[in-house]
Design a protein around this ligand. Structure first.
Ligand code: NDP
Length: 261
């Protein structure tokens, strides 16, 4: 039996085990997916090997540690410098980032959005920005503080902190901050968000299963919008493809994994 897991801290809230086990069961695979509370990212590789895992997903705060733990990085993960999916191939650990293509798949109905503003500058913002840029979208970053902007500047993005933001017109505004996750706050000043939403067509919040104040405002302005649930689903679908070596199409995996919701 193949064993898979999600590594994170915290990890008890994750619905990845339910998503993957639902697909595993419905596709009659000899496998199981569990969760592992990993406190120390430095021992990620050792844990992967001693637990005899075939693959893992990695969540907060270990995606950078996962990047360092792999023997080889494939695809867009090498630019993002963060890994959320690892598989074992001939005793070597191969790292991928499925958050980025998962996000892109989730917003396919918004793909005519050329000018994009990403709020926040953490791990999720890095993954999304790099991928959207590769797909020829024009991406700007706006973060509360200056400290995390160097990654974006080095990668050629126009990036602002709240102190020096010069407003322009964007088709799509994406919230990647945790504002609104466990409170009722907005990711930027309300008057500024009103101005952004007047000219925007679409809004996405990566927080899932919650009508955040950001999404509520998008709705008030008549924008098309969505939360992070589909991103979560698609990153899982793409990871599952890697876990089972592309034995199943995305369409088949999606159909089965969706049942977990
Ligand atoms: P990070 O901790 O790496 O980054 C958080 C960013 O948000 C930072 O730029 C921080 O600014 C900013 N921020 C935090 N709080 C506030 C606030 N109250 N107001 C304004 N800015 C704020 O987080 P991640 O990128 O890992 O995750 C961000 C969110 O994405 C989480 O809510 C997480 O649940 C969600 N997520 C969803 C996924 C999905 O599949 N749907 C996948 C992964 C993440 P500063 O630099 O100034 O501190």
């Amino acid at each position: 039996m193949k064993l898979f897991a999600i590594f994170g801290d915290p990890v008890s809230h994750s619905i990845s085990p339910l998503m993957h086990n639902t697909a595993i069961k419905n596709l009659f695979l000899d496998a199981c997916y569990t969760r592992y509370l990993l406190k120390n990212g430095d021992i990620l590789r050792e844990k992967f090997l001693t637990l005899k895992l075939s693959g893992v997903n990695v969540t907060v705060p270990h995606k950078e540690a996962a990047f360092r733990a792999c023997d080889e990085i494939r695809g867009v993960a090498s630019k993002i410098k963060a890994v959320n999916t690892i598989i074992k191939e001939n005793d070597r650990l191969i790292g991928y980032n499925t958050d980025a293509p998962g996000f892109y798949e989730a917003i396919k109905e918004f793909k005519d959005a050329k000018r994009v503003l990403i709020l926040g500058a953490g791990g999720t913002a890095k993954a999304i920005s790099i991928y959207l840029k590769e797909k020829n979208h024009s991406v700007n970053i706006l973060n509360r503080s200056q400290k995390r902007l160097s990654f974006f500047e080095e990668n050629g993005f126009i990036s602002y902190s709240w102190d020096n933001f010069k407003i322009s017109s964007y088709d799509l505004v994406i919230n990647t901050t945790s504002a609104g996750l466990s409170d009722q706050s907005l990711p930027v000043d309300e008057a500024l968000l009103d101005k952004l939403f007047v000219s925007a067509k679409y809004a996405v919040d990566v927080i899932y299963n919650k009508n955040t104040p950001f999404l509520q405002k998008a709705s008030d302005f008549g924008l098309k919008y969505k939360d992070g649930k589909d991103m979560l689903l698609y990153q899982g679908v793409i990871a599952f493809e890697y876990f089972f070596n592309h034995k199943f199409s995305q369409k088949t995996i999606l159909k089965e994994m969706k049942k977990a919701f």
